[in-house]
Write a protein that binds this ligand. Structure first.
Ligand code: NAP
Length: 309
């Protein structure tokens, strides 16, 4: 089966592209590796998507509606993991674990993934005290101490969210000034459950079965501090929000990229005709739901124009 357009990734960029492509009557296939919604499903509260005023809107609920909306326009959805791509011919070929897919145009909306904190032993305690998703795992740490690494919007917003569950939330930041926007910072400074450890990084994590020890290092004076879970608690939580890396390994050497981000023009065209990129996977200055959605719409409309030509 030859599709007009195949969209890779069902986050806000992919879902918006699907909506626009479906509505433009293109035969559209949306391929998602795991769960639709993308990274934004990890976000607890959405406040800055225009028109979104629903109390308690999460990334999950917002993208669920986006998904339903794409369905309305006849977009075909499948789950598969694409392992190889061939963009050389007019017919683009995507090979997945479960099959081969062909289209005249491809929109890459594969997004990004959380970067690891970078401490010793991190992998051993991921899912055993270390998490990168407050919405998914916050409730496991009810009445326990929780540490959050990072100083950007994600770290500070998710730290505020985690105060719903945790006894106390400590933000560990490698500098003495947050990167998060002022409004978010002010909310955190006003929250009595949040404290800060400045100029500090996590060096190593330890424990028996769950995370119960970690070594912190002050980057100014080099001093190290050992944090141990209270005996009664037995463990504590550690959430990493130190930025994201693009999901673009599959396209290395096939498309022009910079630091792993796909380079596009303002119409989302990559270096290969018929291949577009949208959302967090492309080189851009602002990675938000609104810019991902806009990218997706532009990519789909440009794909439609190309196919007409
Ligand atoms: P980010 O803005 O890149 O911030 C990453 C934070 O982690 C920075 O404070 C950085 O420290 C720190 N960091 C990086 N590498 C580290 C390491 N190896 N060890 C310790 N700390 C490290 O990432 P983000 O907060 O996830 O945000 C990503 C994008 O999404 C941004 O554009 C952000 O504005 C956007 N976002 C927006 C909202 C919203 O609008 N409500 C919410 C979430 C995210 P330095 O400050 O020292 O560099």
């Amino acid at each position: 089966m030859l599709y007009d357009v195949i969209i890779l990734g069902a986050g806000p960029a992919g879902l918006s592209a699907a909506l626009y492509a479906g509505r433009a009557c293109l035969k559209t296939l949306l391929i998602e590796k795991a769960m639709p919604g993308g990274q934004i499903t990890l976000t607890s509260d959405i406040e800055n998507y225009p028109g979104q005023l629903l109390e308690g809107e999460s990334g999950f609920t917002l993208t669920e509606r986006m998904n339903q909306q794409a369905d309305k326009f006849g977009v075909e959805h499948i789950y598969d993991e694409i392992t190889a791509v061939d963009f050389a011919g007019a017919e683009k070929v995507l090979t997945g674990v479960s099959g081969e897919y062909r289209a005249r145009a491809v929109i890459i909306a594969t997004g990004a993934h959380p970067r690891p904190i970078g401490c010793e032993n991190e992998a051993a305690f991921t899912g055993r005290g270390i998490s990168y998703c407050a919405t998914c795992d916050g409730a496991f740490f009810r009445d326990l101490p929780v540490y959050v690494v990072g100083g950007g919007d994600s770290a500070v917003e998710e730290a505020i969210y985690l105060t719903r569950f945790a006894r106390e939330v400590t933000i560990i930041h490698r500098r003495e000034k947050l990167r998060a926007v002022k409004g978010i910072q002010e909310k955190a400074f006003a929250n009595g459950k949040i404290r800060f450890l400045w100029n500090t990084v996590v060096e190593r994590v330890d424990g028996d079965t769950a995370l119960s020890e970690m070594t912190l290092r002050n980057v100014v004076n080099g001093e190290t501090t050992l944090i141990r879970a209270d005996e009664a608690d037995g463990l504590f939580g550690l959430f990493g929000f130190v930025g994201y890396a693009p999901n673009s390994a599959l396209f290395e050497g096939k498309l022009e990229m910079e630091h792993g981000y796909i380079i596009t023009d303002e119409d989302m065209r990559t270096s290969i005709p018929g291949v577009f990129a949208a959302g967090d996977v492309r080189k851009k200055s602002l990675r938000q739901v609104i810019t991902a959605a806009a990218d997706g719409a532009i990519a789909a409309m440009q794909a439609a124009r190309l196919l007409e030509e």
